[in-house]
Structure formats: C-alpha cells, structure tokens
Design a protein around this ligand. Structure first.
Ligand SMILES: [Zn+2]
Ligand SMILES: [Zn+2]
Length: 343
C-alpha cells in the first residue's frame, strides 16, 4: 500500500506525529483530493486533546478546512470531476433521511460524520471527501484565503442568519478573533450595521477597517450600557468570544425582541436572568457550522470579493507550534497549512 505524509494524532494530548500514513482510496460516492491548503480550527486542537465528550479514535488525521484538487473519483460519483477544486468541512456527511436532514437542518443530524474527527481530515497530503457534501470552491478563489470559509466562515454566516437581523438593523459581534473578524465582514455584506466588541484595541481597529460602525472595548467600558445608550439596544448579537462572561453580557446588549446567537464554544455556564429574557421577549439560540446551502452562499460572498480572511501560512511540519500558539491565544486571524511547503 502506498503512503502519504500526514499530521497524525496517535495519542490524545501528545504532539501530533508528522509521519507516513496510509494513502486513502475513494470508496463509492467518494473522491480522493490532493491538498493545497488547510485552515487550522480550534476544534482540531480539541480533537487532538480528546477533551470533548465524544472523542475520535486514534490514530486519526484532524483538519476540516481543507482545499485541494480532485484526483480520483470513486464508483458512481457524478457531482465532482477530476481536476476540480473542492473543500472538506466539519459536516463531512449526514444521513439525509432523518427528521433534521429532511427539514433542512442536516447540521443537527445525529448520524453526521465530522471531517478530521470521525473521519480523517485535511492535515495530510491527501483526503477523502463525500461527493455529496464536498464544497465546490468557486473559480478564481485563492485556495489559502478561501480555506477558513469552510468552517469559520460558514459558521459565522449561518450564525448571522440565525440572528434574524435584517438589512439596516444593528448586530453586535462579540469577540473579534478568527471567527469574529469574518463575522464583521459577512454582516456588512448582508447589509447589517455592525457594533464590534472585544478587549483588544488592535482587534477593534481591524473590525472598524472591515466596516464596523461602532467599536467598544469591554475592558475599559460597559459595552451593554453603551449599546443601550447609543442605539437603544441591538437587534441581534453574535457571540464568537471564547470567554463565558461574554455570553451573559450579550443579554443586556439586546433590544426588546432581539435574538442572541452563540457560535463560540467555551466550557462553562453563564447567568441567564429570567426576568429580562421574558419581559424583553429575547431569543437565545446556539448555531453550529452550516448546511451545504449555507456553504454555497458563504463561498459566493467570498468570491464576490466581500470577504478578506486574514490568513498566515505555515508548513504541516509546524503543526505542533501552531497548536501551542492556539493554546496561548497568540494567533491573529487564521493559520493555514500550505502543503506546497512540504513537497
Ligand atoms: Zn472548525
Ligand atoms: Zn440525518
């Protein structure tokens, strides 16, 4: 059997081994993709550390923001063609026949398969995709720049849709990191008026560059008070922050009838004042990645030039360094593995 180079989790909590790994072969309905680039998501770190309730099974290859070229088609594949640029995603496949799948919520399918988690992902020279779920990358896309759209981008795009905020209305983006800096740009592209909240001045400046009309530093002022005073409360709030405190704060940023959507995934709880939620008629909801249709729309906004993901490229051999930086919160924008650097 032939092999490829991949970053492999052999043991939870240990360094990934960049080593030889079996070259996968596409089964029926699948395609073999040669990677060009792969974004590194926080979820990949959780996969490698095995600290989520349902754990993957080592050895496995993380990565669910992979972009590459279809090299070989499995039996019966008609959706893709050899030479086409495609991506994998967290929603690697879903059953297609459960209540959630039937009603347009395949992201909630209990039988879903997750890229780089339940099936090998994009931290290798090659990956397998399910032809029905692989994202078709629009022509003219920069493979490194588009990679973060596959998880971070589609996640915030769907999250923003779930706020129900209409063009001309206010949305707060709480947390301007890897997710948040994309959320500001998507919100602007969707016609929303953006208030950015973070604790780092530099990130707030970035949000303003991307079109946020109001920027608020939560470490020097009370953002909720400011938002109530200046715009009478926000119609929607998207929380991408990694600190649980931001989740509770979101409730007091909202105007009556507003919707708060959680995208960030820190462990822990937040205070939820029943009185405020009931009297103000608030909606609080979670949102996880996006459907295939959300992905098409998120990629389309990128291909129209309305999204400039901030990426820095690294080689696969540097994956453990990247994970260390991620643990320390030292990453700006998104790190993207460039596979050309390993060839
Ligand atoms: Zn992800
Ligand atoms: Zn299903």
């Amino acid at each position: 059997m032939s092999t490829m180079t991949a970053a492999v989790v052999d043991e939870f909590g240990a360094e990934l081994a960049v080593r030889d790994y079996d070259l996968p072969a596409p089964g029926p309905g699948q395609a073999l993709v040669r990677l060009i680039a792969s974004g590194v998501c926080h979820t990949d770190l959780h996969a490698a550390e095995g600290d989520w309730p349902v754990r993957p099974t080592p050895p496995f290859v993380p990565g669910h923001e992979g972009v590459g070229i279809v090299e070989e088609l499995g039996e019966g594949v008609t959706d893709l063609s050899v030479g086409q640029m495609v991506g994998n995603a967290w929603l690697w496949s879903a059953c297609g026949s459960c209540e959630h799948c039937r009603s347009g919520w395949e992201t909630l399918c209990e039988e879903q398969v997750n890229g780089g988690y339940t099936v090998d992902g994009s931290f290798g020279e090659y990956m397998i995709v399910d032809a029905r779920f692989a994202a078709a990358i629009p022509e003219g896309s920069d493979p490194h720049e588009v990679a973060p759209v596959l998880c971070a981008g589609v996640t915030v795009y769907k999250g923003l849709k779930c706020t129900g905020v209409r063009p001309g209305q206010w949305v707060v983006i709480s947390g301007i990191g890897g997710l948040g800096h994309l959320a500001v740009q998507y919100a602007v592209a969707m016609g929303m008026r953006v208030i950015a909240v973070d604790i780092a001045e530099e990130k707030l400046r970035l949000a303003a560059e991307h079109g946020a009309e109001i920027t608020l530093n939560a470490s020097t002022s009370d953002p909720a008070e400011e938002i109530q005073r200046r715009v009478g409360g926000s119609h929607g709030v998207l929380v991408t922050a990694v600190h649980p405190a931001a989740f509770g704060q979101a409730i007091s940023m909202t105007r009556r009838g507003g919707t708060i959507v959680f995208n960030g995934l820190p462990p822990g709880d937040f205070p939820a004042p029943i009185f405020d939620i009931v009297l103000k008629g608030l909606t609080i909801r979670g949102s996880i990645v996006g459907t295939r249709q959300d992905m098409v729309e998120a990629l389309e906004i990128y291909s129209r030039g309305q999204l400039r993901p901030r990426v820095s490229t690294r080689s696969l051999a540097e994956i453990n360094t990247v994970f260390d930086e991620m643990r320390r919160g030292a990453i700006d924008g998104r790190v993207v593995i460039d596979f050309a650097g390993d060839r």
